[in-house]
Design a protein around this ligand. Sequence first.
Ligand code: HEM
Length: 287
Amino acid sequence: MDIDPVIVLARFFYYGATSVLFGSSLFSLYAAGIGQADTRFWLPRDAAATLATMALLSALIWLAAFTISIGNLDGFIATLQTILFGSSLGTAWILRLFFLALLFLAVLSQHPLLVATAAFAVLFSEGWSGHGASAGWLGPTLHAVHAVCAAAWVGGLVALARVIAAARTGTMERRVAEAILGRFSRIGLVVVLLLATTGSAMAWLIIGGMPQLSTGYGRLLLLKVALFAAMAGLAAINRLFLVPKVASHHSGGALNAMSATILLEQLAGAAVLFDVAVLGLIDPHAR
Ligand code: HEM
């Protein structure tokens, strides 16, 4: 089966932009009552508006390229109408575009809780468009929880790097940084466990067993699990060895090390999202 690179890139930017908006807006909740109350720190207006535009535009490009891939340019409007109003994918697409429009408005409001809620709705609605969508209520629910957890972790890594940078430059007290990092890593443990559980259950539902190297889907899924393990390893180093040192007199070294581990985690996270951008498009059983 030919994979359309336009659709892959559009899905990658869609997942990336939505994840960063969701993960960053959650940090204003992690910081609640600790410090850094200025919400613009977590969601600088221009960056947030650019991400919201990127999420909406890449979803529209994905839909247009998908429409062209199954129809042709002459019948573009007719094919689009069939997808939106005459196919099982229609509801998921209409919900996705509706929640993306809400996300754009939420970003303009500059209120992190509204942004987090709208981004949550976009991600949760993903449950009804993956390979698991046809597996009763369980498939979509697992997928929805999975997509939300994925965004909380991968998207949160951008705000995490901003906390480290602010603590290094002194624009944020190290005691405040340590408290915020502590909250993120405690929530992070739950997120990682939920990701592994929902991911394994979805894999079982979709391919009926362990991923096989003999299929393209199996190879991509195994690569994804390897990247996930690497990210979890880096997160464990942060949580067990580096975060505890952030407010101590060894903080300089710990902050430098964390800048490096977080950058590696971000790169692995981007690779997982690219993997996912392809994984959701290929036939799970094709050799
Ligand atoms: C950092 C870790 C992870 C991230 C960021 C992530 C992200 C995602 C996203 C965004 C989707 C939705 C894709 C779509 O709708 O097409 C997805 C689907 C999926 N993920 Fe993950 N995931 C992670 C870890 C895992 C793990 C550890 C497993 C397996 C144990 C897993 C198995 C799956 C499966 C089977 C799907 C369904 C794909 C399909 O529709 O065919 N994921 N993942």
